[in-house]
Design a protein around this ligand. Sequence first.
Ligand code: NAI
Ligand code: NA
Length: 395
Amino acid sequence: MIIEPRTRGFICLTSHPTGCAQNVKDQIAYVQSKGKIEGAKKVLVIGASTGFGLASRITSAFGSDAATIGVFFDKAASEGRPASPGFYNTAAFEEEAQKAGLYAKSINGDAFSNEIKEEVVNLIKEDLGQVDLVIYSLASPVRTHPESGKRFKSVLKPIGEVFTNKTVDFHTGKVSEISIKPAEGDDVENTVTVMGGEDWRMWMDALKNANVLAEGVTTVAYSYIGPEVTKPVYRNGTIGAAKDHLEATAFTISEDLEAIGGKAYVSVNKALVTQASSAIPVIPLYISLLFKVMKEKGIHEGCIEQIERLYSERLFGGDLSLDEKGRIRIDDWEMRDDVQEEITKLWEQATSENINEIGDLEGYSLEFFKLFGFKVDGVNYEADVNELVKIPSIQ
Ligand code: NAI
Ligand code: NA
C-alpha cells in the first residue's frame, strides 16, 4: 500500500515502515561514526521501541556489540492498517542486529504486568544467563497495577493553581494563551503510580530474585527537569511529582542491589519531540525555541546524540558528574545559562507572526512526522510498501 501521514491533533494514526527503518539505520550509522564504547554486553531495555529507549538499545548494540532484549507495547499491522512506529522500528533494529551478528530478541506486551516480567526473566535465563545493564524508559499514560488489577491514569496538570501561559499549535503556527486547570482528586497519586518508580523497582526485584542480574549491574531510568516557563505544568506539576518519586526510587534500588554491587541511576535528559511532549501545552513552544537556539549554537541533539553521549561520556566514560541530588545530567547543554537566557527573551516576544523566524517550528514539525517514519530523507513515499512487516524474533 501507499502510506501517508494521517494526523488528528497531536497524534498521527499511520506510520511508514521504510521511513521507520531508515530512522533506525541513521541512528545506527551515527553510533558507529562515534566509535566503540567499552560498555555493558548484555542489556535489557524496557521501553525499547521508540525515543530514548530505542536510542539506548541501538547505542548498546552498535556502540558496544551488546546482546539486547527489548520490551515494548506496540501494535502490529493488519491488512491495510500500518503498525505503530515502535513495531516497525524494532523490526528494522532486529534485522540490522542480525546482519551485524548481534543477539536481539523482543517482547511485545504490558511491561507493568507480572506475566511480561516473568517472560523476560525466562528469556534471560535461557539465552543470556544474566544482564549487566537495565535501561528503564517507559512512557505511558496508563498502568494496570499487577497486584490490585486497578487501572490508573496519569495526567499533565499543575498542582495548586491554574497555570496560564503561551503555547503554539505546531501544525498551524498559531501562538495563543492557554490555561490549564490544577490537579484534583487522586490526580497526583495516580500520576505517581503510573510514571513514578514503583514499577522500575518491581522490575529490579523480579530480576534480582531470579538471579538474572550480573555482579555490578547498572540500571538507569530517564527523567526531565526543564526551564522555569514549563515548571508549573511539568516539574512542579503532576508529572514532576512522579519524576520526584522515580528519582527517589534510584536510591532504594541501589540499596536493594548493594549485595551484588549494583547501582541505580537517573539520567536527566533534554527535551525532545515525542508524541507525549507534543500533547503537553506550553512544551511545544519551548521546544521550538530551544531547537532554534541550540541549532544556532551548534549544540542541537536528538535522542541518539543524547544517549550516545550519556554512554560514552558518563555511564562508561568514567565521569558520571552527578548533581547535588545524585542525578546524571545529560540535559547540561539545554540548561546552560546562555541557552536559557536567550529562550527567556524569545519567549516574551513570541507571536503567531514571528514564531517561524524566532523559533524552529519547521524543525519541530519535521521531528514530529519523523517519529512516524514520514518526511525521512532518502525514502520514496510513492513506492508501494508492505505494511505487514514482522519482527524477526516475534513470529
Ligand atoms: P516514548 O513514548 O518514545 O517511548 C516509550 C516506550 O515505552 C515505547 O517503547 C513504548 O512501546 C513503551 N511502553 C509504553 N507503555 C508500555 C507498557 N505498558 N508496556 C511496555 N512498554 C510500554 O517515550 P520517551 O520520550 O522516549 O520517554 C522515555 C522516558 O524518557 C520517559 O521516562 C520520559 O519521561 C523520559 N524523558 C523524555 C523526554 C522527552 O522530551 N521526550 C525528556 C527527558 C526524559
Ligand atoms: Na523510550
